[in-house]
Design a protein around this ligand. Structure first.
Ligand code: PMP
Length: 338
């Protein structure tokens, strides 16, 4: 029995991805982070950031946690905050999916939508959330903290202590490679540090969407971005504190046109309905499998559940507007007489 919803965070199963495994001759396994209570990998960051603040004596009962987030971290923080008696004030760019905004409101987060502008702009959502936390720390009777997921390494530590250890145990130490996209870098750097401490020759790969700058950084030393992606929650333009001291063994740049068909096939053929960042991750896992050759065990992250993006990547009109492939089944209505 779990004492609260918090105990249900983590210990997610590894699910074998059948088609990706068959096509590569590797075992490609997805860590089912969509099975966390907030339905994403970011519940772990939410939990570890809040626990860290408590241990440092920064959070008082009834205190406010402020964060700038593409949505999932806000959901994770809010689930944990509600269970422990805190409030959350969430700053989200208006480009994020309606489903994530609705989930945040339903969960009881105090939501502030702001225009999406680049990080260097002082009105970027992350910077607004930092300033707001400072202001609320002075005006709120029980104080306020800034979760600061990008540069707070409690995020990465959570993955070193839980995600990496779970992957190690669940594969009986057979894991040869780990692949992930980067939002904050907590997942990729944390799992990399954890797994390398167990097995120094485990291979770590970055799967970067178009429009992110890390692929260029790790392959040419220059933070440079080109193109764009409809995926949410990933695509970083700088070296966050969570990424400091980390270098991947392989880096891949994955266009949406490579990632989305994987997501659409998984729904139809394997009963797995997953978000866009997971498509980037699995495409990266397939590329790593090809680079390592058959017979290897490769783990990636199934970041969140696909229904969180119903109005976007599962809407044929939206896909057509973006010039992306629309699977035939998405456009057809069943022709069954009743
Ligand atoms: N996928 C999704 C859907 C996310 O919301 C996030 C986090 N923003 C990530 C992947 C990346 O995780 P991390 O922040 O640990 O790099």
């Amino acid at each position: 029995m779990h004492r609260s919803v918090i105990d249900a965070i983590g210990n997610t199963p590894l699910i074998r991805l059948r088609r990706a495994s068959e096509e590569t001759g590797c075992e490609i396994l997805g860590k089912a982070e969509f099975m966390n209570p907030g339905q994403s990998v970011k519940d772990r960051a939410g939990l570890f950031i809040i626990r860290d603040a408590e241990e440092k004596g920064l959070l008082r009962p009834g205190g406010v946690i402020v964060e700038g987030t593409a949505g999932n971290t806000g959901i994770g923080l809010t689930v944990v905050a509600k269970a422990l008696g805190y409030r959350t004030v969430i700053v989200i760019p208006d480009t994020q999916s309606q489903e994530k905004k609705d989930a945040l409101r339903v969960l009881g987060a105090e939501l502030i939508e702001v225009p999406a502008v680049p990080y260097k702009n002082p009105n970027n959502y992350v910077k607004i959330s930092g300033r707001l936390a400072e202001k609320l720390a002075k005006s709120e009777p029980n104080g306020a903290i800034w979760a600061n997921q990008f540069d707070n390494i409690a995020n990465r530590d959570g993955h070193i202590r839980t995600t990496a250890e779970e992957i190690w145990a669940q594969t009986d130490g057979k894991v040869d490679g780990f692949v992930s996209a980067v939002g904050t870098g907590g997942t990729l750097a944390g799992v990399a540090i954890g797994l390398k401490s167990r097995k120094s020759n485990v291979k770590i790969a970055l799967a970067d969407p178009l429009g992110a700058a890390l692929y260029s950084f790790y392959t040419s030393g220059e933070l440079k971005a080109e193109g764009s992606s409809i995926t949410e929650g990933i695509g970083q333009g700088r070296i966050t504190a969570n990424l400091e001291g980390f270098t991947p063994d392989f880096s891949y740049q994955i266009p949406d046109a490579e990632a989305l068909p994987i997501i659409f096939d998984l729904i139809q053929e394997e009963g797995l309905c997953l978000g866009g960042s997971t498509g980037i991750n699995i495409a990266g896992a397939i590329r790593l499998a090809r680079d390592l050759g058959p017979g290897h065990t490769i783990v990636t992250i199934l970041c969140d559940y696909g229904t969180r993006y119903q109005s976007k990547m599962f809407d044929p009109e939206f896909l057509r507007e973006k010039g992306l492939p629309v699977p035939g089944w998405m456009d057809t209505t069943p022709q069954i007489e009743v």
